[in-house]
Each structure stands twice: as C-alpha cells, then as structure tokens.
Write a protein of this length. Structure first.
Length: 195
C-alpha cells in the first residue's frame, strides 16, 4: 500500500486510524515515527488518529500529529490521569468511564490474550489490585480497535512493531484484535516507505 492508496481509502469523515506500537524505539527510528504523525496529519483532512497514550511509539507518533493539528488526536487510557503530563490529545477516553459490564464483546475479545485472561473477569468485577490492573491495559488495547457503545471502532491501524519478536505483548494483542475484527493494519515495513 502506498500513502496515496492509504489516503484514498481512509481519509473520510469519522475515519479513525490507530498509531501505536512498542515502547522501546531505537534512537534512529524516533524521528521517523514523529515524521509519520506529521505527514499523515498534513496530507489528510478527516482522519482522527487514536493512541493508547503509552511511552515510546504512541508518544512519538502522537507528537507528530499534535505538531500539525492537536484536535485530530484522541487517546484511550487504562485509567483516569494515565500519563497525564504527556497527554496532549484533544479527546481522552478513560477505561474508568466505560461500564465494562455493558460491553460483553470487549470483555470476550480481551480474554483472547491468554496471559491476561485470568485477570479480566476480576478486573471487570471491580477487584482492582496490582495484578488485575494489568488487565486494564489489555482491555484498553481491545477498545482502541473495537470501540464501545459510545466510542467508535477503528478503521485502520499503523504499528511500530519489534520485527525481531513480532506481534508480542500489548502491540501483538492489538494486532490480533485487528485481525479478529477485520481491521486492516500495517507496520513500519510499509509506512517507512511513505517518508
């Protein structure tokens, strides 16, 4: 996919594109993530960009978007005030504001993450401790793709992945949720050619 093909297919009213990935970004790639955020925001008119407000990739992609137009960035956070000082998004959706008991599909899809599966139900039931809070991040990653009854779903996702250990951790979970919901995505092997 070229950047022109991407724009033709996804630059429409209410389109949402995820920009996210690994926390660890080698220094030579940092500027590329920022450049992508700038490039996409300057070359498109309608897309809203969505992030998880994490350090690393999320932060760098978002930095590029807000340089051009902060009003086109939204984040979904695992709890209120998550990395609040680094959050420059126009709109923030916190998991604390989502009634997960009314979002059975989000809960079901979050359980596809086998490592976090046992923490999902206790977290949803309100049992919040050091272990179950890990579930908040997986549920947040699910919602970034699926949306909720009040948050629209994503249309496409661009990732910065660890190509030596692809589709692992929270980034891998988000990619799997994209696949479960037929949301197309691409990693840096595609988008770095756009720069």
């Amino acid at each position: 996919m070229t950047i022109e093909q991407f724009i033709i297919k996804y630059d429409f009213e209410n389109s949402i594109v995820l920009l996210e990935g690994k926390r660890e970004v080698p220094p030579p790639d940092i500027d590329k993530l920022i450049q992508l955020g700038e490039l996409l925001t300057s070359k498109t008119k309608h897309i809203k960009f969505r992030s998880g407000n994490a350090s690393g990739s999320d932060f760098y992609f978002s930095s590029g978007v807000i340089k051009i137009n902060p009003a086109r960035l939204e984040v979904i956070t695992p709890y209120n005030n998550h990395r609040e000082k680094e959050n420059n998004a126009y709109k923030t959706h916190s998991l604390d504001e989502v009634n997960l008991a009314q979002e059975p599909e989000v809960v079901y899809q979050s359980k596809s993450n086998k490592q976090m599966q046992k923490f999902i139900d206790p977290f949803v039931a309100g049992n919040k401790n050091r272990l179950t809070m890990k579930a908040a991040y997986i549920i947040r990653d699910t919602i970034k793709v699926t949306g909720t009854s009040t948050i629209p779903p994503a249309n496409f996702a661009l990732f910065y992945d660890d190509l030596s250990n692809p589709k692992s951790g929270g980034t891998g979970h988000t990619m799997n949720i994209c696949e479960m919901n037929n949301v197309e995505y691409a990693d840096q092997r595609v988008w770095m050619k756009w720069l």
